[in-house]
Design a binder for this molecule. Structure first.
Ligand SMILES: [Mg+2]
Length: 316
């Protein structure tokens, strides 16, 4: 069932064997010195790397190992979504701490279950990786994809319509609850523990005229700033339009991170109804692109309002 060549003896290979077994057909070609890929003819290769480090990006008392594995890979895949790329494969470099205390005695195995769930959801596979010992648990994920015409941050122009996928704010709300030793509601927690990489959504939007995109990892306000800077334009966000996840606050929707939803600029409006019908996910017009030099303005009822709390962090 599992593809890949025979692995030699030793503790490191035992861990890789465990992970390969748990991944089953979701791991392809493991065991050689490097992975080999073919990109569809005429497409460009799109690559990104992302780190998930214990104590910085996650805590083991807040999320299960399976969730940590799932989330690390999904966060990395989200950058491929932001480029409207199709994943070709994922490479994971794991650092495992000495206390290999997974529920079944296998931290690597539980992480592999989450990694497998994430690649399966993205219709891709694990094509390589590495396992090392270290003080903290860490997953460094390299994602490889391809796109005929990658969607860049620099493509927004004055007059464009600005859309966001999904509803925002829940990950920040969940984190605040955890920090206060409270339990976030199940749907709010799930947005933190089990985000989705909007890969198919991004390709749908790109096929219908999206010209620039970014995935919301730093918060809507902060990532709008990145998009505005890359495109040398200003962005005007109507805060009353920003979709707020049930149980989250408007401020969290405006400036909370770890969303992995998309902020997209397009020359003409999308059919929001078609999007909802296809993906069972809202697509919301939140503002417009205007002439400028990389600033984000916030309005409410047509009047200029102060940036949301937390926004300054991203304006330095
Ligand atoms: Mg990104």
């Amino acid at each position: 069932m599992t593809e890949g060549i025979e692995l030699g003896p030793g503790a490191e290979f035992d861990l890789i064997r465990t992970m390969r077994l748990r991944l089953g057909p979701l791991a392809v070609g493991l065991g050689d010195d490097a992975a080999v890929l073919s990109a569809p003819r005429g497409e460009q290769v799109v690559l990104s790397v992302d780190a998930a480090i214990e104590g910085v990006h996650f805590r083991r008392d807040w999320l299960s190992l399976r969730e940590i594995g799932y989330r690390a890979i999904t966060a990395a895949l989200s950058d491929l979504a932001a480029m409207a790329a199709t994943p070709l494969g994922v490479l994971v470099a794991l650092t495992l701490p000495g206390d290999d205390s997974g529920r079944d005695g296998s931290m690597a195995g539980e992480l592999a279950d989450g990694i497998g769930e994430a690649v399966k959801a993205a219709s891709t596979v694990v094509i390589g990786g590495n396992v090392a010992r270290g003080e903290l648990l860490a997953l460094n994920t390299t994602v490889v994809g391809s796109a005929f015409s990658p969607l860049r941050r620099s493509g927004a122009r004055p007059g464009d319509f600005l859309y966001v996928t999904g509803a925002l704010g829940a990950p920040a709300t969940a984190l605040r609850a955890f920090e206060k030793s409270e339990h976030p509601s199940q749907p709010v927690r799930a947005r933190l523990a089990h985000p989705a990489a909007r890969l198919a959504e991004a390709r749908w939007l790109a096929a219908r005229g999206a010209m620039a995109a970014i995935d919301i990892s730093d918060g809507l306000a902060g990532d709008a700033k990145h998009l505005a800077a890359a495109s040398s334009v200003d962005m005007e966000i109507q805060i009353e339009r920003v979709p707020v996840f049930d149980g989250a606050t408007k401020d969290d929707a405006l400036s909370g991170g770890d969303e992995y939803e998309l902020l997209v600029a397009a020359r003409a409006p999308f059919s929001e109804d078609d999007f909802v019908e296809r993906f069972s996910l809202p697509l919301t017009l939140v503002g417009r692109v205007v002439e400028g030099a990389g600033e984000v303005r916030f309005t409410h009822g047509g009047a200029r309002v102060a940036p949301p709390p937390g926004y300054d962090h991203f304006t330095r």
